[in-house]
Write a protein that binds this ligand. Structure first.
Ligand SMILES: Nc1ncnc2c1ncn2[C@@H]1O[C@H](COP(=O)(O)OP(=O)(O)OP(=O)(O)O)[C@@H](O)[C@H]1O
Length: 283
């Protein structure tokens, strides 16, 4: 990630111009309060990171914003639209790369992206060009006509990004985009995202366990713990508040009482399991 810089935290835009705006967002699974009174905004063009230990409520928050869970408590807007009332219009503005594998290993890269182009109603006359364009942006031109079962983990992730991008989304939502990837593959994924953001001004909402990644790439981060937001700000601000020499991981530990250990830096058993599950499904 050397040499990658972010432009710094945005100033608070008027409500109508926010990419994401939520207030008092809560969600229960039975008796369990998975998201507890979350309020935040994201500026257009911002890269915003949701950080937190396993079970903090990050994926649930993302699912509420992306129309995958019903909004029962609180208010949410995506580019001014209510995901509860206008789910189809919100979905057209989104590209979503979930944690789970979203590519079909038995198809080629191009066939996978073509499926998404059809799903998103990309006009037939533009499909081939659009698919070729996103595959090239993710550096998959050479591999495009090979079956995905033979792709590396990093290539699969870049393919899933191509799938999410074929719709030309205004908001790209990434749930643990680099989990289980080696450092080279991780920076390959991030370089593509950074280039794309520079070229299109797209807004990115991501979750990650990798503090170095969040520090280098996010304009602002929100730390979640047990469903609640514990801190929100630019990585530099949060580190300064803690004291000289503090890392984002120190900030994380301070607010959550948890620490990521090797799982945060290298990819732990959880990552290995996830990677194996992915490999199993592709093989
Ligand atoms: N469909 C569900 N039914 C019941 N409980 C759920 C469901 N989905 C999530 N939960 C619970 O809600 C809490 C928040 O889960 P969530 O997946 O949002 O956390 P997360 O921060 O994304 O964690 P991870 O990093 O492990 O994905 C957890 O305690 C989880 O067990």
């Amino acid at each position: 990630m050397a040499g990658m810089t972010t432009p710094g935290p945005p100033t608070e835009p008027p409500e109508a111009e926010r990419a994401v705006d939520c207030r008092g967002l809560s969600h229960r699974f039975g008796d369990h309060l998975a998201v507890d009174d979350v309020s935040l905004w994201i500026a257009p063009g911002e890269v915003f990171g949701l950080l937190g230990p396993n079970g903090a409520g990050k994926t649930t928050t993302i699912r509420l914003l992306t129309t995958l869970l019903p909004l029962r408590q609180g208010r949410a807007r995506v580019f001014g639209l209510d995901p509860g009332r206008r789910p189809m219009r919100v979905r057209r503005l989104l590209g979503y790369v979930p944690q789970e594998l979203s590519a079909d290993g038995s198809l080629t890269g191009r066939e996978n992206v073509m499926l998404f182009a059809r799903l998103f109603d990309v006009p037939r006359a533009q499909r081939w060009e659009r698919v070729t364009e996103v595959l090239a942006a993710m550096e998959l031109t050479e591999a495009a006509d090979r079956v995905v079962a033979g792709y590396s983990g990093g290539m699969v992730r870049r393919l899933e990004l191509a799938q999410a991008l074929v719709n030309r989304p205004r908001l790209l939502v990434l749930d643990e985009p680099t989990i289980g990837l080696d450092p080279v593959a991780r920076s390959g994924v991030w370089e593509r995202i950074t280039e794309l953001r520079a070229a299109t001004g797209m807004t990115v909402l991501m979750t990650t366990h990798y503090m170095d990644e969040a520090d280098a790439l996010c304009d602002r981060v929100a730390l979640m713990h047990r469903g609640r937001l514990r801190a929100l700000g630019a990585p530099a601000e949060l580190k300064d508040q803690l004291g000289p020499g503090a890392s984002l991981e120190d900030v994380f530990r301070h607010y959550t009482g948890d620490h990521l250990g090797d799982a945060g830096r290298q990819g732990g058993l959880r990552d290995v399991r996830r990677t194996r599950r992915t490999a199993g499904r592709l093989g």
